[in-house]
Write a protein that binds this ligand. Structure first.
Ligand code: EPS
Length: 374
C-alpha cells in the first residue's frame, strides 16, 4: 500500500460531499481559491442541467491545513450541496422520514440502477442513484486540485481539451451547440471524447516491477472510474494496433542527451513515464438519464414502463474532461509520492533534486551511468 490515498463520500442530494486525502506532505501552500477554481471549471460547459444553476461549488477545508499550509495530516474537504434544502425529507437521515417520499422503481438503462438494487437488496432506486451520480466527481476534483498544487511545485502541469461531442469535431463549435440544443429538445443526451495532457512529468514514475504498479494501468483505471467513461487510451492507443511497429514506436536519439522526435507512447513505456508528456484520451457515453426515456421495467410490478427520468445534463463531456484532469493528477501524485515521498515538501524537493541530478548525469554521459559496473 502506497502512502498516498484518497476517498470520497456523499450522495448527490445529500448534505454535501467529502474528500479525504492522506499522504500529502507537510509544507504545501494550499488555498481555497486554488480548489474553488477547479470546482468552477467542472461546473462549466454547454449542455449542463439546471442543477448547475443551483450549485456554486465551494470547498470548506475541515482538516490537514493550517494557515494555508498542509500539516502532513489527513486532509478533509467538504462541499455543501445547496440543493439539499430541496431534498431534506427525501434524503433525510431520520428514520421518522422513512416512507414519506415516492420510491424510484423504474431503472434507467445505462445507469447503475438495476445492478445496484439487485446487488445491495434495495427497493428504492434512489438508494443507488444518489451515490452512483456523477455529482460525486466534485469531491474528486477538490482532491485533484490539491494533487495538482503539489505536482505544480515540481513543474508538472495538467490540462485537457474536448475532441468531439456526438461525433462532431470540437473545431465545429457551432455545430456542437446546435446538436446539444437538438438533443435537449428531443429529450436525448450526447457523449464525446476528450484528451488530458500532463507536461513536465519526470522519467521514472510508475514501475514495471509488478502489474499493479504500472502507471498506465493505474491512470486507465482512474479515468475509467469516472461515471460515463467507457474507453481510455494512452498515446496512440487503439490506433497503434493498425500500424507496423516501425511506425508506432518512438525512436531514440542522442545529441548530448536522449531525445525522441515523436510521442506515440503517450509518455509511458513499460508502465513507466519516459519524460515525454503523458497523453490520455477517453470516451464518455451519453448520460443515461433521458428526458424522453428508454424502455425499462418497473421493479415493483414487473410491468414494462418508461425509465425513471429526473433533472440531469444533456451533455457533460467538458465537465468529464476536468474530472479526468483531476484523476490523472491524483494518479501522478500517487506515483510521485511513491517515488519521492517525504514527510515534508522540503524533503521531497531534496529527493527530487537528487534524483534529477543522477538522471542528468546519466543522460549526458550514458557510458558511465547505471549498472555499467555489474
Ligand atoms: C451532477 C449533478 C447531478 C447531475 C449529474 C452530475 O445533478 P442532478 O441529478 O441533481 O440534476 O446533473 O449527474 C449525472 C450526470 C448522473 O449521471 O447522475 C454534478 O454535480 O456534476
Amino acid at each position: 500500500m502506497g502512502r498516498f490515498r484518497f476517498y470520497t463520500a456523499g450522495e448527490s442530494h445529500g448534505k454535501g460531499l467529502i474528500a479525504l486525502m492522506e499522504g500529502i506532505p507537510a509544507g504545501l501552500r494550499v488555498s481555497n481559491d486554488g480548489i474553488d477554481l477547479q470546482l468552477a471549471r467542472r461546473q462549466a460547459g454547454y449542455g449542463r442541467g439546471d442543477r448547475m444553476k443551483i450549485e456554486h461549488d465551494r470547498v470548506e477545508i475541515i482538516s490537514g491545513i493550517r494557515h494555508g499550509i498542509t500539516l502532513g495530516s489527513p486532509i478533509s474537504l467538504l462541499i455543501w450541496n445547496k440543493d439539499w434544502e430541496n431534498w431534506k425529507q427525501v434524503m433525510s437521515h431520520d428514520p421518522a422520514d422513512a416512507g414519506k417520499s415516492i420510491p424510484v422503481t423504474v431503472p434507467r438503462p445505462g445507469h447503475a440502477d438495476l445492478a445496484g438494487i439487485l446487488k445491495y437488496d434495495h427497493h428504492d432506486i434512489r438508494n443507488v442513484l444518489e451515490r452512483a451520480s456523477a455529482r460525486e466527481t466534485a469531491a474528486r476534483v477538490a482532491a485533484g486540485a490539491i494533487a495538482r498544487i503539489l505536482l505544480a511545485e515540481f513543474g508538472i502541469q495538467i490540462e485537457s481539451r474536448v475532441l468531439d461531442i456526438g461525433g462532431i469535431s470540437a473545431k465545429a463549435e457551432q455545430q456542437i451547440i446546435a446538436a446539444i440544443d437538438r438533443a435537449k429538445e428531443t429529450g436525448d443526451t450526447l457523449g464525446g471524447t476528450f484528451e488530458v495532457i500532463a507536461t513536465g512529468v519526470p522519467v521514472g514514475l510508475g514501475s514495471y516491477i509488478q502489474w499493479d504498479q504500472r502507471l498506465d494501468g493505474r491512470i486507465a483505471q482512474a479515468v475509467m472510474s469516472i461515471p460515463g467513461v467507457k474507453g481510455v487510451e494512452i498515446g496512440l492507443g487503439f490506433q497503434a494496433s493498425r500500424y507496423p511497429g516501425s511506425q508506432v514506436h518512438d525512436e531514440i536519439y542522442f545529441d548530448g542527451r536522449f531525445y525522441r522526435k515523436t510521442n506515440h507512447a503517450g509518455g509511458l513505456e513499460g508502465g513507466v513515464t519516459n519524460g515525454e508528456p503523458v497523453v490520455v484520451r477517453a470516451a464518455m457515453k451519453p448520460i443515461p438519464t433521458l428526458r424522453n426515456p428508454l424502455n425499462s421495467v418497473d421493479i415493483a410490478s414487473g410491468v414494462p414502463s418508461p425509465a425513471h427520468s429526473e433533472r440531469s445534463d444533456v451533455c457533460a463531456v467538458q465537465a468529464c474532461s476536468i474530472v479526468a484532469e483531476a484523476m490523472v493528477a491524483l494518479s501522478l501524485c500517487e506515483a510521485f509520492i511513491d517515488k519521492f515521498g517525504g514527510d515534508s515538501l522540503e524533503e521531497m524537493r531534496r529527493n527530487f533534486a537528487g534524483y534529477l541530478k543522477g538522471i542528468e548525469e546519466y543522460m549526458t554521459t550514458p557510458a558511465t551511468g547505471g549498472d555499467a559496473g555489474c
